[in-house]
Design a protein around this ligand. Structure first.
Ligand SMILES: Cc1ncc(COP(=O)(O)O)c(C=O)c1O
Length: 498
């Protein structure tokens, strides 16, 4: 058995679709090993695992390295061989634990059957005689074995979510200002009346504005106002309302969500048309509302023309249109940054009800549901209360909106977040492995990133995985992300990928 370098722990889990990889920090054993080299070992391990998992009958199979260049692997083997005389503890030897997975489960707590990866690395072949169950996905145990240690100073703001940001100073000032004396509850206060008036002025029409606590609740409430029994909501497969709201709409307003084909996070006319055959049949739930998200969960935008087209198709089919505008500020900023753009992409385009997000663009909490016409809102006050969205001290939501609407502050905050995302994209788009395409339309970037760099970066400055199967993560900027934050984050990225 050849020993003499870092230890790989390879573990397998049934039923998850994660695949990450870790390796003990060889410097703890007194070895100076370049990070690039460690990444390569990790890749070798993953490559082996990939190959083994592709195989249906793994008993006594040999697995050859596939994706990796043979020369590279051989060079590594030579390097590893040169270390074999190094006085490192046995525990730091290159060993792997390809563990047994059974329907009963876990290998990680002593059930594992160890295998020596050193052997396969020195022969260039991986032989193993464990039968691995179907449907297994590999997870290579990570902490505390990360070898990538970032020394750059992390950014002050994270790239995790616009929800991770604090509130804009103007919003906080408005909250303090509203904290004077007593005011009637449930919206019968001067702040609410003024904020509703501000929305009428902003949209330049007789809209009805009802404030709600949060984004999920506002969506549920808004949709609840538009639906009757046996009616359904058409949405994109990745819509927050279907993917990220824990079935709230289904449970609270008892509707059905009809997910349709989605391109770049958007509903296309063909997707909407695909439910047409349900209309009029007593055996099918009746599509009654189309909900679209602007900007979408994938960081894309509907053009004004696309919204117009969808609205006229929906109306022609007898559906109303709801817009989830949790990131409406980013969308308006990206499409021109004026209230005329806001009007054009919402009610002028045919949208009937908008959830107008405040939290992600500098608010503390609270969202606004805006009805294009009073007749759409006739039952809204009952439905808001029934869906638990009626805030008693409503002035504290309304005051935030007053501040956000004053002098187009929400657009300015949305623009800042968008610009930070654009700068981030520009600063790293030369890193081919990130697989970045066109510049972001709003405030998120979706690079491909693999371990160990990914986890090291996440430990250093947190951000979320997005599509684990595709090794895709999400970097999201907020209204307060500064160019310095971007610079520091970029330094960390480069360091991790070195
Ligand atoms: C598109 C979209 N809609 C709605 C929401 C509102 O969610 P919450 O209930 O967390 O405020 C979010 C939050 O992430 C979102 O991204």
């Amino acid at each position: 058995m050849v020993l003499g370098f870092a230890e790989l722990y390879i573990t397998m889990i049934i039923g998850t679709n994660q695949r990450t990889c870790g390796i003990q920090d060889p410097s703890q054993c007194g070895l100076e090993v370049p990070r690039r080299r460690i990444s390569l070992w990790v890749q070798i391990a993953l490559d082996v695992i990939d190959r083994t998992l592709q195989d249906e009958d793994l008993v006594s199979q040999s697995v050859e390295f596939g994706a990796l260049d043979d020369e590279l692997v051989l060079a590594e083997l030579e390097f590893l061989g040169s270390l074999s005389g190094h006085p490192v503890p046995l525990s730091a030897g290159l060993t792997a634990e390809l563990s047994r997975t059974t329907a009963r489960g876990s290998w990680r707590h002593g059930l594992a059957t160890p295998r020596t990866l050193a052997h396969l690395l020195t022969t260039g072949l991986f032989r193993h005689d464990e039968k691995v169950g179907h449907g297994c996905v590999v997870v290579v145990d990570r902490s505390p074995y990360w070898s990538v240690q970032l020394r750059s100073v992390p950014p002050d703001r994270w790239f995790a979510s616009d929800n991770a940001a604090g509130a804009a100073p103007q919003v906080l000032a408005a909250l303090l200002d509203a904290n004077t004396g007593h005011a009637l509850a449930y919206g019968n206060d001067p702040w609410t009346i003024r904020a509703q008036e501000s929305f009428r002025a902003l949209f330049d029409r007789d809209v009805v504005t009802q404030f709600a606590y949060g984004g999920t609740g506002a969506n549920v409430f808004a949709l609840g106002c538009l639906l009757r029994p046996a009616e359904a909501v058409v949405c994109s497969r990745v819509a927050h309302v279907t993917y990220d709201e824990t079935g709230a709409a289904e449970r609270i307003i008892g509707t059905k969500l009809l997910e349709v084909e989605t391109v770049d996070g958007k509903v296309a006319p063909a997707g909407l048309s695909s439910v047409r055959h349900l209309l009029g049949s007593e055996h099918h739930v009746q599509p009654a509302v189309l909900t679209i998200t602007q900007a979408t969960e994938m960081g894309t935008l509907y053009s004004i023309e696309e919204i117009r087209t969808l609205c006229s198709l929906a109306h022609e089919m007898g559906l109303l249109v709801h817009m989830d505008g949790a990131r409406i500020a980013n969308a308006v900023a990206a499409l021109g940054g004026t209230s005329a753009v806001l009007r054009a992409m919402t009610f002028d385009a045919g949208v009937d009800v908008v959830t107008f997000g405040g939290t992600k663009c500098g608010g503390v909490f609270g969202e606004a549901v805006i009805f294009a016409r009073p007749e759409l809102a006739t039952r809204s006050k009952y439905i808001r209360k029934q869906t638990t969205q009626l805030h008693s001290k409503m002035r504290f939501i309304s005051a935030q909106y007053e501040a956000l609407l004053a002098d187009g502050l929400f657009i300015d905050l949305g623009r800042r977040a968008n610009e930070a995302a654009r700068l981030l994209h520009e600063s790293v788009r030369d890193i081919a492995t990130l697989g970045l395409g066109v510049p972001p339309q709003v405030n998120s970037v979706f690079p491909r990133l693999q371990d160990p760099a990914k986890s090291a970066l996440q430990d250093w400055s947190f951000f979320w995985d997005w599509d684990v199967a595709a090794s895709q993560v999400r970097w999201m900027t907020a209204w307060d992300t500064s160019p310095t934050d971007v610079d520091r984050f970029v330094s960390g990225i480069r360091e991790a990928l070195l």
